[in-house]
Structures are given as C-alpha cells and as structure tokens.
Write a protein that binds this ligand. Structure first.
Ligand SMILES: C[S@@+](CC[C@H](N)C(=O)[O-])C[C@H]1O[C@@H](n2cnc3c(N)ncnc32)[C@H](O)[C@@H]1O
Length: 594
C-alpha cells in the first residue's frame, strides 16, 4: 500500500493564479515548434487504473518538496464518457474511461455539482484535471472532485473526441516538410488557408474547404471545437508544470452561434496565409462577426466583453480616430480650445457618440476636454498626439491585460489584438500604463491619472507573498530593461552575457504571465545584439521570433512587423543548425559555450 501508512502525505498546491482558463503559456519561440495534444496519449490522459492513488503519491505525477510533502510535477487530465447521472445530495456520475472501466465521480465542489447538473448527459465526455484514485467510505474507488474549474463537460462521446484528436494530429500539426490540406490531403509548405471558425484546420482553397466541410466531417468538428473551447485544450503544454491550469466554467452553448452560421455559408476562409514554412500567420485568425460587446461592467462603467471565443493573435478591432489631440502641449487651456474646436467639426451623430464617453474630470475643464483627457489613446509609443476612439475608448485597464492596443501607421487605425485566447464572456482589457511596475507604483499612477483603484487579477493576488514575488520579478525586469541599451551600444558587446540578460527577461515575462509586445521588443534586442556581433545565424532566428511576436500583438501589417519580416527575408539563405528543440535553445542562447 502507501508509502506512509501512519499519516497521509501532503500534496502542496501551487495555485498561483486563480481562474486561469486553459491557455498557452509558451513564448512565441516555443510556439514555432508547437504540437497539438494527442488525446490517446495515456501519459497525459491516463485511464483510471493509471491515476495516482490518493494516499500514495506516485512520483511519475508528483515530486517531493519536503518531508512527506509533494507537489505536482506535470499536468494530467482524465477523459471518460458519462454513462449515468444521479443526484444523491450531490451530483454523482458513473463514467466509462478509455479502457472501458466504470468509475464513479462524486462532486464535492462548493455547489455540490449544481453547475454541471444540466450539462451532464449520458453520452457526453467529462474531462477532469489532476484527479487521483479516491477510496470512498462505502468501499468503492472513484474520483472525488473538489474544484469545479477542474472539470469540463464536452457535448460529444469519447470515441468522437478520440477520432477528432487523430484528425488534429494529421491535419492541424505542422510536420517536417509542411502541413496537410484537410480537403485534398496534399502536404504543402506555403499558401494554405486556415478555417476561420476553429482556427485548427487548413485548406488549399475554397474547393478544398468545401470538401473538408461537406465530405470530411469538418462541419461537425468545427462546431465541436468552437462550442467546447477545445482548441485551448489541444494546445496546452502539459509536460511543463508551472501552476495549475483550470477550465473556465461552462460557456453557454449559444456563444458562437452567429459565427457558426457564418461559417456554415463557407464564407469564412481566413486571410492568414502561410509563407516560407513559418506559422506566424496562423496566429492571425479572422473572426467573421464583431467578437465583442460594449456593456456595463461592475464598478467600472462600461467595458468591452468577448461575445465569442477569441483566439490569441486575433485582430479584435481596427478603428480610425474621431480626431487627434496633441499630447505634448503643456498649455492645458490651449489644448482645451483645440478639442472644443475639433468636436464642433464632428457630425451630429459623431458628437452624440463622443459626448456619451466618460468624463472623470468633472468641471475641471470643458466637458469636451474632460472626455478627451479620460479617453485619449496614444498614436504610437513616442507619439506626440493621441486619438479619440468611440469603441476602443470603452476598453478598461488591467495590469495583466489580455489585449494590446497599437497605433498602426500603415493603415491609419488603432488595432486591438488578443494576447492570449479570450473566453466568451471574459472582459477584454488593455494596459493604460507605459510599463507595468510594482503594485504600489501601478496603484499610485492609476489613481493619479485615471482616478480608479485597480482590482485586476495581478493587483488582487490572493496573498501578500505572491504579490511580493510578482513585485520582485517586475523590479528585476525594470533593471534588466535599463541594462540592455548599454550592452547594445557599448564598446565591447559580449554576446553570451548580453543574450543571457535577454533570456532572463523572457523567463521573467513567462513567470509573470506577460504576453504583450514586450516579448517582441526583447527578441528585437536579441536580434540587434546578434547583428552587432555579426552573428547572422542567431540574428535570423531572433528576427523570426520578433516578427512572430509582433504578428500576435500588432498584426502582420504593423510597421514593426513589416520591418522585422524584411529582416527575416533578407536572411533566407542563412542556414540555422538542425537540432532538436532543447539542443536548439541551448545553441541559440549560447548555453555551455565558454
Ligand atoms: C477610457 S475609460 C474606459 C471606459 C469606461 N469604463 C466607460 O465606461 O466609458 C477610462 C475610465 O474607465 C474606468 N476604468 C478603466 N479601467 C478600470 C478598472 N480596471 N477598474 C475600475 N475602473 C476602470 C476609470 O474610470 C477610467 O478613468
């Protein structure tokens, strides 16, 4: 039996962030070798018999972290089809696992399973994160579910999910030499277009998409993926444990009906085209219908909320300004006059929209100036002017924002891009601060400039210790950021040391959950360093990664992305070593070199 027959071992929870959706923590670098999960894989998706026993921590799932203390060392997820649903003071399911074993699952969640009561149907599949074999008092063995966000119910039988997983392995994954069109089964390197509905299947053209849709079952697969948020499930990196991943609680089934209807008409081929074997374009999905709603948000006025599942890299909004306002004129009353004059030139409808925006400055200035000061968004990072945007101005702030606002000079519009997958119903947020400093710095600045107390995910970290850890990381990042220009433009650049600093920054971004354009900037620094050191090989790789990160945060048409793409294309002839992923990363960052 157990290792510790007298007193049970303690499993230490490493839940640093609450309510994380299944999402991808990988950097764009890792994304370029990304694989989709294989649901048949029994290491990650074990059958009941292979689950660890509750009182006997299995060291292939946990690692020791002290005397009789264990912590999770990887992710795992149990998949089984529901064969019986009962309510006996709490929800109780009997499920059939991959090996055909019947397993009871009892809901010991706060609401005793109420949340799942109407979704649990015979023939649907239940997914449970991190379960172990529990010995119930009555003598049976099964799963005791305590955390509702570790459970998800998918409206399809298990064998259908397995078959979908096989198709994902064949058609969604980039394999050496190209990607396979789901319509004609031909492998291609360039010119494939992605299904805009699910973002996971690729086609040569509309004819192939029609074949895939009508004859090869994509109509059903696409709906299944979208309505159950399965793309994120397939993408999660399961062997690297940093902290727990959760399923966000069930999405209403109607969430993507409008998108589904549009896809139904086969009008939804994405414009994201692959070129040169790179997959940055994969991250630019096109959503057929406006993917957001503007609606009231508790204690924030109005805000923007996702009205469908929005994949990472999606351009959520592209909006021209109503008018521009100077940002560098210290003479406030002169700026006030300019604003009043610009507003008077707007049409009646534009004025109605403008005066509906929020004014946090009361009677300090004219109403028009108060609205402008509250809502203006910068037109470029060092821009001397800002713009007023009827829609983008409704987006609220978060220090751990899920979207990025960028002024795109090439198209004369402000763009908002999803920095990670955003769930239906989740608020879309941007960061109002030029840099994210420590908790105190952020709070002071937001109170002074925008007159609110931030209660975002980062500012509400559950304990002082995790906030302190986050502050330490953010301070380290500020220091590293200040060090890098000196290294870049110094007399003697020591490539290995300088790259080490960039790598530390990227590690800190990952630990902190930062996924915005800072990542592109860090890779751009690495690119500049490699150039200074005449290291064309690494310059090519860093340019590629900087470009991919720009595509996610700003879109492939942003001036910075276009510039980076040129840097990549100029090095088309440069050969990079062909190594496996780990060895490649070691080579890239000059690990082990003296
Ligand atoms: C550009 S407006 C954003 C849209 C605004 N909520 C509305 O109703 O039009 C900026 C103002 O929204 C509010 N706001 C933005 N982010 C917030 C947050 N995280 N918490 C509370 N209020 C916020 C603050 O009053 C801030 O000055």
């Amino acid at each position: 039996m157990g290792l510790f027959p007298t007193s049970p071992p303690r499993i230490i929870a490493q839940h640093l962030q609450l309510d994380l959706s299944i999402r991808n923590y990988r950097t764009p670098a890792a994304l370029s070798t990304q694989k989709y999960a294989d649901l048949r894989n029994e290491h990650t998706f074990p059958p009941f018999a292979a689950l660890p026993e509750e009182l006997d921590p299995d060291l292939s799932y946990y690692e020791m972290s002290g005397f009789r203390e264990f912590k999770h060392s990887r992710h795992w997820c149990f998949l089984a089809e529901i064969s019986k649903v009962e309510w006996l003071a709490r929800l109780r399911l009997v499920v059939r696992d991959k090996q055909g074993a019947l397993v009871p699952v009892a809901f010991y969640t706060d609401d005793k399973g109420e949340e799942f009561k109407y979704r649990a149907r015979k023939g649907s599949t239940v997914m449970i994160l991190y379960p172990d074999q529990h010995f119930f008092l009555g003598g049976t063995t099964g799963i005791r579910l305590e955390k509702e966000s570790f459970c998800k119910i998918v409206t399809a039988p298990l064998n259908e999910l397995m078959a979908l997983s096989d198709r994902v392995g064949r058609y969604s994954t980039w394999q050496a030499g190209g990607r396979t069109c789901h319509g004609c089964d031909e492998k291609k390197v360039v010119d494939l277009q992605k299904c805009a509905g699910c973002g996971m299947f690729w086609y040569c053209d509309k004819t192939c998409q029609t074949t895939g849709w009508q004859s090869k079952g994509h109509k059903r697969d696409c709906k299944l993926i979208r309505e159950n948020g399965l793309r994120a499930m397939f993408l999660t990196d399961r062997d690297r444990f940093e902290h727990f991943i959760d399923f966000l609680l069930p999405e209403p089934v109607t969430a993507s009906e409008s998108t589904a209807a549009a896809v139904e008409k086969l009008s939804a081929l994405s414009i994201g085209t692959e070129s040169g074997g790179s997959r940055a374009a994969e991250q630019t999905a096109v959503i057929v219908k406006t993917p957001y709603k503007i609606q009231p948000i508790a204690s924030k006025g109005k805000g923007m909320v996702a009205s469908t599942w929005i994949p990472r890299g999606t351009r959520i909004l592209s909006e021209p300004p109503l008018f521009r306002v100077p940002r560098d004129n210290p003479d406030i009353s002169a700026v006030d006059d300019i604003v009043v004059s610009k507003v008077s030139q707007l049409s009646a409808e534009q004025q109605r929209v403008f005066f509906d925006l929020t004014n946090i400055h009361g009677t300090e200035h004219s109403t028009a100036m108060g609205i402008a000061r509250t809502n203006v968004l910068p037109l470029g990072s060092d821009s001397r002017s800002g713009g007023l945007f009827p829609i983008a101005s409704r987006i609220n702030h978060s220090c751990r924002h899920n979207a990025q606002n960028t002024w795109n000079d090439n198209i004369g519009r402000l763009t908002i891009h999803a920095l990670r997958d955003i769930k239906w119903g989740e608020e879309i947020t941007i960061c109002y601060l030029p840099t994210v400093g420590s908790y105190r710095e952020r709070q002071n600045r937001l109170r002074a400039t925008f007159k609110f107390t931030c209660t975002c995910e980062l500012c509400s970290l559950p304990c002082v210790y995790s906030r302190w850890e986050s502050d330490m990381r953010l301070r380290k990042l500020q220091k590293l950021d200040a060090q890098i220009p000196g290294l870049l433009w110094g007399d003697r650049v020591e490539e290995k040391t300088a790259l080490g600093l960039v790598r530390s920054m990227l590690d800190l971004f990952r630990e902190e959950g930062i996924q915005d354009a800072s990542i592109a900037r860090a890779y751009n620094d690495a690119y500049q360093l490699a150039l200074t050191c005449e290291d064309e090989c690494r310059a090519k790789v860093f340019a590629q990664r900087a470009w991919e990160a720009r595509c996610v945060a700003e879109g492939a048409d942003s001036p910075t992305a276009v510039k980076m793409k040129k840097a990549v294309d100029q090095r088309e002839h440069v050969k990079v070593p062909e190594l496996d992923e780990d060895a490649f990363e070691k080579w890239l960052w000059m690990e082990g070199e003296s």
